[in-house]
Ligand binder design. Structure first.
Ligand code: URA
Length: 211
């Protein structure tokens, strides 16, 4: 199925690194490094259309009108805790980006997201806001996070994830048809525990070595 406003980043380096991440024997340190590297490539894609202006500079050879990013720039919002793994790659590429955090946990019985923390820059409405979370599983956490960002004034939001399930993608798009989604792959389905199949397991646990 083709989803509107969804960009699947099929770059060979992204796909290769994602396969390494999926392998169950990949250790924590390598998993973390790979997510950071893929995130740089996803950041490159999501910022592809940032507006440019020019400024007058002098090179050692000649003056020129040179391109620079226009206006206020980015706010990257990490959906805790696994979002942190993507945030690091974004900051490698865009060190001056502002950073927000939203803490949501999935109630194990209802699977409904519950907010426990939120802090975003005051001028979020003037920035391109990129919410990051590796796994779009049921889509409920990402949808709830984007709703909180809209309630806080965010005007232009993009969502970056590493992997998505079709069920989560459909839920998210239905809630936020205006938010463009960037992902490295859309997998087959969710299992009965709301894990993505084939997926890569629990991204937070694999990232932080908590299991
Ligand atoms: N969260 C994860 O970390 N993995 C999944 O497969 C689904 C949700």
């Amino acid at each position: 199925m083709k989803y509107p406003n969804v960009h699947v980043v099929g770059h060979p380096l992204v796909q290769h690194k994602l396969t390494l991440m999926r392998r169950k024997e990949t250790p924590t340190a390598e998993f973390r490094r790979l997510l950071r590297e893929i995130s740089v490539l996803l950041a490159y894609e999501v910022t592809r259309d940032l507006p440019l202006t020019t400024e007058h500079i002098e090179t050692p050879i000649a003056p020129m009108e040179a391109p620079v990013l226009a206006g206020k720039k980015l706010c990257v919002v990490s959906i805790l805790r696994a979002g942190h793994g993507i945030l690091e790659g974004f900051l490698d590429l865009i060190p001056s980006a502002r950073v927000g955090h939203i803490g949501l946990y999935r109630d194990p019985n209802t699977l409904v997201p519950v907010e426990y923390y939120m802090k975003v820059p005051q001028d979020i409405g003037e920035r391109l806001t990129v919410a990051v979370d590796p796994m779009l599983a049921t889509g409920q956490s990402a949808a709830a996070a984007c709703q909180r960002l809209k309630d806080s004034g965010a005007a232009t939001i993009r969502l970056v994830c590493l992997l998505a399930a079709p069920e989560g993608m459909e839920h998210f798009i239905a809630q936020h048809p205006d938010v463009e989604v960037y992902t490295a792959a859309i997998d087959e389905k969710l299992n009965e525990h709301a894990y993505i199949v084939p997926g890569l397991g629990d991204a937070g646990d694999r990232l932080f070595g908590t299991k």
